[in-house]
Design a protein around this ligand. Structure first.
Ligand code: PBG
Length: 342
């Protein structure tokens, strides 16, 4: 008892409907799919964010980020060596500062021997061929977890900018190749550029976290750097409202006018529309940060057997390329590099 559609009079054949255009023709075999593939992910697209902690020979697991560790400097050097061998062009470092070193103004960011600077020096000495991107922001260093100096409940912009610019000079002096300000204060890019130039670091580039959105996807990161539980309130007075897209264009335009060499969009996958807009608008080197929460969602679903984790990982990264990214900061970087190596 099966329904058969009576062909209406004058029914068109598929060839009549499509005008003989058949989009499946080029999908018919692996070789033809490869031939027409528009975007590719290569190891050259990867930036690997790593977490730093004190001590020696420490590899501390992070609960909410399976297979990601906080590394003491010696271990970070080992991992940088591994990354370089895999062909990963650059790493980005994020410090977990011990509670006793945090204060209201994040003053430890101005210690030339703090964790981030010590790690840069050690990695640069041992693995000079890998690029080092240092995040410059106060949040790992403040007792309240904000990216700025907090006074009477307000994140004060201009003083924060001064401190961030000074910290950037220290990071450059330690050997950072790219300074990546992630605090979203107004005027930080220009102030950092001026400070770097005045101190002989004309060749140090700036990757602006130009469009950093107020996002719940950063949750696991805060466990990783030990700011979860510290943060009072939220970051909505300095990060962009995630409802906005024109504002992201204005932010990027401003950062480029102030001297940013590269733009970053953060978080990543839920913001592909922003990536495409910035790439089309400015034609600048454009990066995305596949943040901790995005990583964790894939790992968690995979651990439950609900998705094929590695396939979803590769698909998510290729999506960034399709959206116009020149590269992606991703915690998956070493695994992806292994897979791409075959
Ligand atoms: C803040 C900073 C954040 C991340 C890196 N630097 C966001 C935040 O804590 O508010 C998030 C990275 C991630 O989630 O993977 N300067």
């Amino acid at each position: 008892n099966k329904f058969t559609l009576t062909k209406p009079a004058g029914a068109r054949s598929v060839d009549e409907i499509t005008g003989s255009r058949r989009l499946r023709r080029m999908r018919k075999a692996d070789w033809s799919r490869r031939l027409v593939q528009e975007n590719r992910l290569t190891v050259d697209d990867l930036i690997w964010p790593i977490f730093l902690t004190g001590g020696t020979n420490v590899r501390e697991p992070i609960d909410a980020m399976p297979d990601v560790f906080r590394l003491s400097v010696d271990q970070a050097v080992r991992e940088a060596e591994r990354a370089a061998k895999l062909g990963i062009p650059a790493i980005a470092t994020f410090p977990n500062i011990e509670a006793g070193r945090k204060d209201e103004t994040g003053s430890h960011i101005l210690d030339p021997d703090n964790l981030i600077n010590a790690a840069t020096r050690a990695i640069k000495a041992a693995v000079p061929q890998i690029g080092i991107i240092t995040d410059v922001a106060l949040d790992p260093f403040t007792s309240h977890g904000h990216d700025g100096i907090l006074r009477d409940g307000i994140i004060v912009n201009d003083e924060t900018v001064e401190q961030v610019a000074a910290a950037a000079v220290l990071q450059a002096a330690a050997g950072a190749d790219i300074i990546a300000p992630s605090d979203m204060m107004d005027g930080r890019i220009g102030a950092i550029r001026d400070a770097l130039d005045a101190n002989g670091f004309q060749d140090v580039a700036i990757m602006s976290y130009a469009t950093k959105f107020a996002s719940a996807f950063y949750g696991p990161y805060r466990e990783a750097i030990g700011t979860q539980g510290l943060l009072k309130g939220d970051k909505k007075t300095y990060y962009i409202d995630h409802a906005n897209s024109d504002e992201a264009v204005r932010e990027a335009e401003q950062d480029l006018a102030e001297g940013a060499d590269m733009l970053m969009v953060k978080p990543g996958l839920p913001y592909l529309d922003i990536i495409r807009r910035l790439k089309d608008e400015f034609a600048m080197p454009t990066f995305a940060y596949q943040v901790s929460g995005e990583y964790t969602m894939i790992k968690a679903a995979a651990a439950n057997g609900w998705i094929d984790g590695e396939k979803v990982m590769m698909e998510s990264l290729l999506a960034f390329k399709r959206a116009g990214c020149d590269g992606i900061l991703t915690y998956f970087a070493p695994r992806v590099a292994e897979i791409l190596k075959g």
